[in-house]
Design a protein. Sequence first.
Length: 346
Amino acid sequence: MARRERPAGEPAGAPRQLTRRAFLTRALGAAGVTSAAAYAAYAPEDWPGAARDADGLRSVPAVKPFRLTDFRVAKPVGAPDVAVGHGGDAMTRLRKALDALGGLAHYVSPGDIVLLKPNVAFDRAPVLAATTNPEILAALIRLILVDCRAQEVRVADNPIESPADCFAKSGIAAAVASAGGRVYLPDANAFRILNTPDSRLIENWQFFHRPLTNANKVIGVAPVKDHNLCLASMGMKNWYGLLGGRRNQFHQDIHELVSDLSLMIRPTLTILDGTYVLMRNGPTGGDPADVRPGDAVVAAVDPVAADAWAYRHLLSRTTELPRYLLLAEEKGTGSASTEGRVREIA
């Protein structure tokens, strides 16, 4: 654009007068800016370009949910889907079950980072059978570290009651330390949003992620006990302890939730602790009269079949199986039929 010459007689440094065209251009520009600002300020929050932020979350960066890997390992040819060890101490029963399944070294390799998920939900002593027996957990940690030469064994749960108190009172904190494992307690920064495809209730949900960082094997170690909402708490229900958020809202649809958990975690192995069995007043327990010795450890590659067997043979229930087992079967995570699929080692 050609530079406008200063009119004759106009002092140097004096402000130049606007032409009509320049004035209109500036006026229209100012009006446009004002209109855009008004739109951004007063447009509904969900309109494009709106600046309104009633809940203060528009400025929070969106976090992309993550997905878990499949931790399963194919069983050896000829091995059962469920194996049960009876007799002897905790280590003996555990070895019997694992050996019948093909041996722990088939499932855990040297250098692996292994997460063990016990049930540590309540501030209870081991004899009350509301939590995983610490002897079984310690025995398993030693087998993983010594026999399988794993790099690390992590033990984690997000208890309903105080995490530190639950790990201490249940005897699990001491057992893990003595066996060479490491306890992971939950805190606000230990959770991420997990995406579980095909689940109905927890498609995108807060998940206790930190102990799973770089882990390549996952084993559930759950007690077998009565449950007042879903009839029984065993291997599949045990994964509830990795959820964060307001998870108690799932109580109204607990069977759907437990079947969703079978989609959330595809574990390397499921181990059911039948050292003591809480027959009534579960899941919290509190009365030794509700507990009976079980003399069994179950190891399985099919968590649905493991729970179905334990429901019949450890809880001694002759009623119809819990609905969550049938829902999990429909979702393709296992089979509730145990005929010809279980090997017991007496």
